[in-house]
Design a protein around this ligand. Sequence first.
Ligand SMILES: Cc1cc2nc3c(=O)[nH]c(=O)nc-3n(C[C@H](O)[C@H](O)[C@H](O)COP(=O)(O)O)c2cc1C
Length: 291
Amino acid sequence: MPNTHAGQTDRVGHTPFVDLTPPGDPVAHRYGEPGGTGGTILPPTIELQLNHRSVRKFLTEPVSDAQIDLVITAAQSASQSSNLQVWSVVAVRDDDRKRRISAAIGRQSYVEDSSVFLVWVADFRRAANVAEAQGASAETLGYIENTLVTAVDSGIAAQNALLAAESLGLGGVFVGALRSNPAAIIQELGLPDYTFPLFGVALGYPDPSERAGIKPRLPRTAVLHQERYDPTAWLAAAEVYEDRLQEYFAEHGRDNYSWADTLTKRISTVDGLHGRDSIRGALEAQGFASE
Ligand SMILES: Cc1cc2nc3c(=O)[nH]c(=O)nc-3n(C[C@H](O)[C@H](O)[C@H](O)COP(=O)(O)O)c2cc1C
């Protein structure tokens, strides 16, 4: 259970400040290892990164415009492919608009309850405007390389944003469910051609009553390969992980959770894509063909 520090304020002067940091060793916590009891002194940035958890339940305390500005400046500080800066954010605060977005993607309470819902937009429209103002066309916008560039850069920037928000005592969750109904989002936000809604970030002050904690990750040996890819590395790691994640979910009120089953449901049939199997058409309609 996180601590609420009565009277403590975040850096932009807001209260309450809910500290989501669990006691103990942040590295052990990240992997759900038993018996981690401190000892690792980490730089504050890494500690913040290791203590990340998605927040889906929010207090009503609003996120200020100054906080949003700082979060977006942190996002813009991320590296950017060729410094193209091909993403934009639409900040949605209006309750009716949040409700309509939530309804369009299957009612996600965290969208409606967030103080601000940031919609991350792949944006080659601005680049096309600049090129067109130079008298040039924007021939390459339909190439999948450029679709990857805006998606990769958006993800990198948005993670900077979420981490910045967490450093301010806020919490949030990425919302890929936005891609279940891109047409509705495009219409709601008035997105022009060469733009596409990639995901949202719901932000607000964490409600300490939410039953969630630091969700363990795969053992590092599953993802870190030395010199060459080891195709056998997954097996032992997946076995250990299954137990640790099951324990995590049981602790947070969900019995019989299986990572392998969940992952298999997600990738084994088209149903697992939750309607996102038609995303190619939606991208093409916005000018992102797949050459
Ligand atoms: C691009 C992206 C999209 C996501 N979309 C959703 C979503 O639509 N709904 C949701 O509840 N969580 C979503 N998540 C959050 C993940 O479920 C979460 O990060 C993951 O389960 C790990 O949990 P943690 O963030 O608490 O460590 C998304 C995460 C990412 C990176």
